[in-house]
Design a protein around this ligand. Structure first.
Ligand code: PLP
Length: 403
């Protein structure tokens, strides 16, 4: 296993601007091969999907190639990979399709830990269907989501459990598999928000027990496009609103309008890029992805340790959350400074790290951080030790000056 962060960084033209990017959880920087694939597709002849002209075939290949790529990334079936504008819009659409099968008295379980994109669509859909929403709390000291906090809400009327694979606010990685097992035993479906998770952890939908796995390629060095993967047979059973002339085939049934072929080419390039993060990995793309994610996890774990140790040593820094299993995403405050002011002061030092609740509004409120949240530092594939040290020094200088 090997990870060459200098080589990884060389693939990100954005880093030439000089900032240390800790804003990856909001959206990673884009790898050059991704930008090239998008540009190549836009510069070539492209028509609507088809097989008669080269232009049609190019669109066809972009779609099928991206489905194959995402299937490899998530351990999913290519025929169950749905693309859409964002994870949020796809989840709203899925919630409306699923809610057509719900009746008054049915129940949906959501968690306080989740990003609002995996809460609000379910709350609204449940409201429209007359279903009841049950809210799973998380631990206010550690930001961990105990399995039983979710499973004790699951009952015979539970139709769906929506849970995050990783919190974009605290980095918490819940035991999704244990939650999914309990949901399945009760006959409920499991919708997993993998947006933050996929940026850091190798995905295996089956191992997670996810019936639906949602993610967004701009979080893993790709273009702005949302993805939901599910078993094709499960998608066959759902009937989203669609235009009369639009195909009823799965997964196209869920893809409203014309797909962005150039972005799909970018998604494939992003998956290929991730598969190459461990240059010594061999075998199928799926095998190279598994190895590369292991190398990435090890790289990021070392940097997380360095960042946590450095921040914890600064007098006046409060770290929020300490889940045993977490992504390399750190939420903190500096005494005497408002989060937004920390964001601004760090930006002046070339360190990019915004503050807020990052749409994990329920989580921020539940934890006691209100609507303003705190400062977030996220490690990404291109983060190196010098970035981390710059960040620690900048925060240390701030803490000394006590806003
Ligand atoms: C954990 C998590 N879920 C969902 C989303 C929403 O993703 P999208 O921007 O694709 O709608 C985000 C975006 O920040 C996120 O971090």
């Amino acid at each position: 296993m090997s990870y060459d962060v200098a080589a990884v960084r060389a693939a990100f033209p954005a880093l030439e601007e000089g900032a240390a990017h800790f804003d990856g959880p909001g959206g990673s920087q884009t790898a050059a091969p991704v930008a090239d694939a998008v540009a190549r597709t836009l510069r070539a002849a492209v028509a609507n999907r088809g097989t008669v002209t080269a232009a049609e075939q190019r669109a066809e290949d972009a779609v099928l190639g991206a489905r194959e790529a995402m299937a490899d990334l998530a351990g999913a079936a290519a025929g169950g990979v749905v693309f859409g504008r964002s994870m949020t819009s796809l989840t709203f659409e899925m919630s409306r399709a699923l809610a057509k099968t719900w009746s008054p008295g049915d129940e949906v379980v959501v968690t306080h830990l989740d990003h609002d994109a995996n809460i609000r669509p379910w709350v609204i859909a449940a409201g429209n269907a007359g279903a009841t929403v049950r809210w799973a709390p998380f631990d206010k000291a550690t930001a961990e989501l105990p399995v039983n906090a979710v499973t004790e809400l699951i009952g015979p009327r539970t139709r769906l459990v929506a849970v995050t694979a990783a919190s974009n606010l605290f980095g918490t990685v819940p035991d999704v598999r244990a939650i999914a097992d309990a949901a399945h035993a009760a006959g409920a479906l499991v919708y997993v928000d993998g947006v933050h998770y996929t940026a850091h952890v190798g995905v295996d939908m089956a191992a997670l027990g996810a019936d639906f796995f949602a993610c967004s390629s701009y979080k893993f060095c790709g273009p702005h496009l949302g993805v939901v993967a599910a078993a094709p047979a499960l998608l066959e059973a759902l009937h989203p609103d669609k235009l009369l002339p639009a195909t009823d085939a799965v997964p196209e049934r869920f893809e409203l309008g014309t797909l962005p072929y150039e972005l799909l080419a970018g998604v494939t390039a992003a998956v290929d890029f991730l598969a190459g993060l461990d240059p010594t990995a061999t075998g199928s793309r799926r095998e190279r992805l598994v190895a590369s994610y292991q190398a990435l996890e090890e790289h990021e774990a070392g940097l997380l340790d360095r960042l946590l140790t450095g921040l914890a040593a600064i007098d006046g820094v409060t770290l929020h959350g300490r889940a045993a299993r977490r992504t390399p995403t750190v939420l903190f405050d500096v005494d005497g400074w408002r989060g937004y002011d920390v964001h601004q002061a760090l930006a002046k030092c070339g360190v990019n790290a915004p503050a807020g609740s990052f749409y994990a509004l329920e989580a921020s409120r539940w934890f006691g951080l209100g609507d303003t949240g705190a400062v977030r530092a996220g490690i990404a594939p291109y983060t190196n030790e010098s970035d981390v040290d710059r960040r620690i020094e900048a925060v240390s200088a701030l803490a000394d000056s006590r806003g």
